[in-house]
Design a protein around this ligand. Sequence first.
Ligand code: ATP
Length: 304
Amino acid sequence: TQRHSDITADFKPTFWKDIGGLDDVKNKIKQAVEWPLKMGEAFRRLGIPCPKGVLLYGPPGCAKTTLVRAAATSCHVTFLAVSCAQLYSPFVGDSEKKIAEVFQQARAGAPSILFLDEVDSLVGNRFQGNSKGGSSVQERVLSTLLNQMDGVGLRSDEAPQLKIKEGESVPASSQPQQDSISVDNSQVLVVAATNRPDMLDDALLRPGRFDRLIYVPPPDQKARVEILKIHRRRTPMSEDVDVEAIALQLDGFTGADIENICREAALLALTVDGIGATEVNQSHFDRVLKEAQPSLSTQQLLSY
Ligand code: ATP
């Protein structure tokens, strides 16, 4: 079912195995996002509070969105992705209205994950250093977001009803042991992402708001090798392609950069070998790597 056009209702299934490296981060996201959605009853039994909101932070292009989409796929819940930059408007009442609409959609699709990308562009501390604090527009936007968050959330006393379509199987290990299930349109888990955690308004990070913070780092050598291997599943690479050696040259490159390099190498194979090209070889990569620039500077990396 397609939902509103300006807000992405994202149905592209994504699997954990399609994300290279980040084992530690994957585990944290499974615990903070997947478990409360899948095992609400077990959380209740063990007295574990569900997170109110989860905040992912780290450099751009390093899989924040992809990780949350993988959690949504695994839970079979609605995944709504919203770019907060598009929600912000200087006109009185406009941003508040858009925020309310987004939450309304998330409730309509409940149980759901509402992913607020670039949340700093909506509730960033734009006026840091101004002794009077933020503007009134910003304050109203912030309080609208907090109010909306108060109206939704997973509770550990109720397990959400998972949307498992007929004929679909869920691995036994991930099946919730559900005794009592009640459908409730407040079953929305809010997950936000930012590249600029320093810009966030402190009010967002108080208890009962975004209470789980997860850093999503750029890929290390092991992750870079895994990302290249993931691309090798789609794009045939000749035996001379040395993914370890390529990965060693990719310090400061994000997952998105590596995706780009693989695409450039495949396009080069097509340019050099013609329309009949069947695979990418090491010389294609070598030529692409000569020109490639990492997205992340050392200074940027040190700022997290
Ligand atoms: P932004 O902050 O710019 O929104 P992001 O951190 O949300 O970025 P994504 O949009 O999830 O990053 O990733 C960008 C692209 O890079 C996607 O196509 C994704 O598949 C790819 N990518 C990034 N990291 C990885 C990874 N670890 N494994 C596989 N693909 C990756």
